[in-house]
Design a protein. Structure first.
Length: 495
């Protein structure tokens, strides 16, 4: 079963979750910050280029022949220091001047082969490209001056030096580090607040759980007031069910429904009349049919509660049997929910432990066979799921006047000498089980009797054919039904 949360486990859980949130937020924010910073850097480069180009615009005459459009000496120096090339267009889009930096001829040709024309629409355009491992800025700006009221279009490309790139990278890393540490500091500051809120939520959840448990306890107490044995039985089977569920690694969600269902499995008995519920003897068919209604009544009682509704599988199906002979739906095999199957086992175990099956004052003794019913006409030996089928046969035969007894053999490989002496002197012994082929109990029990000089009429019944289907099909298929056992007993008694 998963461990219940402690304060320390809550601390670690919150830390893990907050750190996960911090990591996700930090990655998202740093990604956005990186994009913004790079964009700002490129915009800054474009602004610088536009400013520098603006200083060139006064040196270029807007009209006249191309030979008269001459860049000043400052322009030539600027080109040599910064640019791969510059083109100047007039407002008609006609190229009026073009100048290349011979130092970057190869880089210029490579750029021209990949770049796209930029539109002369009065706006600034720029793009960055990696050419032969070097970063190149391609830009077009629109400029106008008092000397040249008609706009001029300056288009150029310049190389971004390594020092500038290194400075930008350092700036970006500083910005990213600041974001990471700022977000981490925020998480650390928020942690105690979240922990306080979580503790408040945990306290509220415990109060709600306590209230729900009190509801279940009140319902359990209500039926216990009418049937004291049921009240103690509820607590015992709940503890047994928890232990068995832990052994089979039942998931926590199903464990909750098992615990609640085990405690409330007989809550429907509140609606059963005292004359039937508290009757000490055997119930008639009509009374038993009325007793069966406690399953439906139990489901009706828990139906309005969302929390109690998780117990419905056990309340509604704890009387189903693996062979399909149970009620109310006649389910068999794995069609019965696992929680209901687990509970059915512990319910039967608790019945074996107390007066419901063995009578008042019963105490389980290890490695001993147990007489469930005394019989002067002989005994049936059985165990497990067949024990209760054989009990039904014993009760049917007693109604016919045949006093057959019943013995539970909880440990198959242990010889109980005292019990062998009792059985050896009886008129008839029949061993009934579903796993005879695997255990060989029937033939071994007969040998034990003969070895000690006992010779009652003896027989055994068990599986002897290749199986088919589930246990619900196996019982009649193997000839182990109620009527088959009854007939075999009568044959031995009369033989």
């Amino acid at each position: 079963m998963p461990a219940i949360h402690t304060i320390n486990s809550i601390h670690w859980m919150l830390l893990r979750r907050l750190l996960a949130v911090w990591l996700l937020v930090a990655l998202a924010v740093t990604g956005i910050g990186y994009y913004i910073e790079v964009n700002k850097f490129e915009e800054g480069l474009a602004a610088i280029a536009a400013s520098e180009m603006r200083t060139l615009s006064a040196k270029v005459a807007p009209d006249g022949d191309k030979e008269q459009q001459v860049l000043a000496e400052e322009t030539k120096d600027f080109i040599r220091k910064h640019y791969l090339w510059i083109r100047v267009y007039n407002h008609h889009g006609r190229l009026v001047r073009e100048l290349y930096n011979p130092k970057y001829t190869n880089l210029t040709e490579a750029l021209k082969a990949t770049m796209s024309p930029m539109p002369h629409d009065g706006r600034r355009h720029f793009e960055t490209r990696d050419i032969n491992g070097q970063k190149v800025i391609h830009i077009l700006v629109t400029l106008s001056t008092p000397e040249s009221p008609s706009p001029l279009y300056f288009e150029g490309a310049f190389l971004l030096d390594q020092q500038t790139q290194d400075q930008q990278q350092e700036k970006i890393w500083r910005m990213l580090a600041f974001i990471l540490f700022a977000s981490l500091a925020t998480v650390i500051a928020v942690y105690p607040i979240v922990l306080l809120l979580y503790r408040s939520l945990l306290k509220a959840s415990k109060d709600i759980l306590r209230g729900n448990l009190e509801i279940a306890s009140v319902l359990g107490t209500a039926i216990a007031k009418r049937d004291s044995d049921t009240g103690e039985h509820n607590y015992r089977v709940t503890l047994y069910a928890i232990r068995l569920a832990e052994a089979v690694n039942l998931p926590m969600a199903e464990m909750r429904s098992l615990i609640l269902g085990a405690f409330l499995h007989d809550v429907g008995k509140i609606g059963i009349p005292d004359a039937i519920l508290l009757k000490p003897g055997r119930l008639s068919e009509t009374e038993f049919a009325a007793m069966r209604k406690h399953v439906e009544l139990g489901l009706d009682i828990v139906a309005p509660s969302h929390w109690l509704l998780i117990a419905r599988d056990i309340i509604g199906k704890h009387h189903e049997k693996y062979d399909g002979s149970g009620y109310p739906l006649g389910l068999c095999g794995e069609a019965i929910p696992l929680t209901a199957r687990i509970f059915a086992i512990v319910d039967v175990f608790d019945a074996e432990q107390g007066k419901r099956l063995f009578g008042e004052g019963y105490v389980f003794k290890r490695d001993c066979d147990e007489i469930i019913r005394q019989g002067k006409d002989g005994y049936i030996i059985s165990y497990g799921e067949m024990l209760y089928r054989c009990l039904h046969v014993v009760e049917l035969l007693r109604e016919e006047g045949v006093e057959i007894g019943l013995v539970n053999k909880p440990v198959l490989n242990v010889v109980d000498e005292a019990m062998l002496a009792t059985l050896g002197t009886s008129p008839m012994v029949l061993v009934v089980e579903t796993q005879n082929v695997r255990t060989g109990l029937g033939s071994r029990f007969g040998s034990w009797l003969l070895e000690r000089g006992y010779a009652p009429k003896f027989g055994f019944m068990g599986s002897w054919k290749d199986g088919q289907g589930g246990l619900g099909e196996q019982i009649p298929y193997q000839g182990l039904g109620t009527e088959a056992i009854r007939e075999r007993v009568l044959q031995l008694c009369q033989g």
